[in-house]
Design a protein around this ligand. Sequence first.
Ligand code: 3PG
Length: 305
Amino acid sequence: MKVLVATEKPFAKVAVDGIREVVEGAGYELALLEKYSDKAQLLEAVADADALIIRSDKVDAEVLDAAAKLKIVVRAGAGYDNIDLEAATAHKVVAMNTPGQNSNAVAELALGLMVYAVRNFYNGTSGTELLGKRLGIHAFGNVGRNVARIAKGFGMEVSAYDAYCPDEAMVAAGVTPVHSANELYETCDIVSLHIPATPETIKSIDYALLNRMPKGAILVNTARKEVMNEEDLIRLMNDRADFKYVTDIMPVADAQMRAFEGRYFATPKKMGAQTAEANINAGIAAANQIVDFFKNGNTRFQVNK
Ligand code: 3PG
């Protein structure tokens, strides 16, 4: 049985060591394909893999066609928009994620981006503080909850909108529930995005929604670039000199966005989940899920049912 770890953006070594321990401890073989630059390398590497661990690496029909022996692919992380779920099902491949395992890392980065933005990207000018600012959390999942916890430590007033989360869960976390995205954006100085990229959310963050935000607004995106309507974002940044956009996922329109100097920042590479702890948590969870699947048929975290 061969488990392939295919990570264009590699895990920390300590996490790979942990994955190896789990995989080899179960009597399986571990193969590594890190920092690959060409899809052909992935197509070649998956040819004899029974199981695959990935991060944001794309697993589409072509990859699945090339993976004749593959039975399971685990996205070591939360969002699985990089896996073609229908193709996985058609190829009889179980697809899983590892929810919650990297969420604190992403949440800490979201707060880091907020501090960076309110301090004017450390350019030497006087900024503002997070204390007392109104933070809107758009989607109250694992990352959103961690953002709320940390933001409360900063003394922020936290509210959240999530159509799929009951008010009680927010109230229990000391967060004020609001009942529409419009209300969230209207009432918050800073909005932090934690929605997945789905057919419903893609391009949903548009001009009309963003323009509801008050003067001096900041949008923080540690979720997905696909949820942004980038044309609208550029139009809004042009129309509103007070608006800042800070993101961990470089927009397609990065070159155009760079025109908004002092109001736009994107990490050169997605860094939210790039900590030793998150790599260990998500990577080892993925390895354990694979072993549990092969040994006990456990499909608890399957996302292509
Ligand atoms: C996730 O969905 O888990 C995060 O976006 C992290 O993605 P990464 O593993 O590619 O850094």
